[in-house]
Structures are given as structure tokens and as C-alpha cells.
Design a protein around this ligand. Structure first.
Ligand SMILES: [Zn+2]
Length: 75
């Protein structure tokens, strides 16, 4: 069961400037202080990579597979 966070960028359905969509959190603790890990999906054509990211990173996160972003975390 995935849920939205309390800020705009952590809401389910949010898409950042790099075309990465947030699918919410299951409550798994992230790697940044006090953060949950969120499930992100790359919406770029021919990618669709799914990975985890800290709530604080969502607004600027780049895809680890096609945009050279850092590796995803557990979600
Ligand atoms: Zn991608």
C-alpha cells in the first residue's frame, strides 16, 4: 500500500522536471535523515526504470538508468 507524503513533491502522481514520477511510499525509511523512501518511475520513452529515492530528493532526482542519476535505494 503506497501513500502520498505531506508535501507537493511527495504526493503520488507528482512528476519532477526530469520526468520522474512519484508513486508514493510504503513507509520504508530512507537514507537521508528523517526521510521515507519513495517509489519513482522514469517516464522517459524506452526507459521506465523503477527505483527508490528519499523524499527530499524527489524534486531534482534524475533517473539512475538513462540520466546518470545516483543509484536508487530500497523502497
Ligand atoms: Zn530513465
Amino acid at each position: 500500500m503506497f501513500k502520498s507524503g505531506s508535501t507537493d513533491t511527495t504526493k503520488i502522481g507528482f512528476v519532477n522536471r526530469n520526468n520522474q514520477q512519484n508513486h508514493g511510499t510504503r513507509g520504508v525509511v530512507g537514507t537521508d535523515h528523517g526521510q521515507f523512501s519513495y517509489k519513482l518511475e522514469c517516464l522517459n520513452k524506452n526507459c521506465g526504470h523503477v527505483y527508490g529515492a528519499n523524499g527530499t530528493d524527489i524534486f531534482q532526482r534524475k533517473c539512475p538508468k538513462c540520466q546518470g542519476g545516483k543509484s536508487g535505494i530500497e523502497f
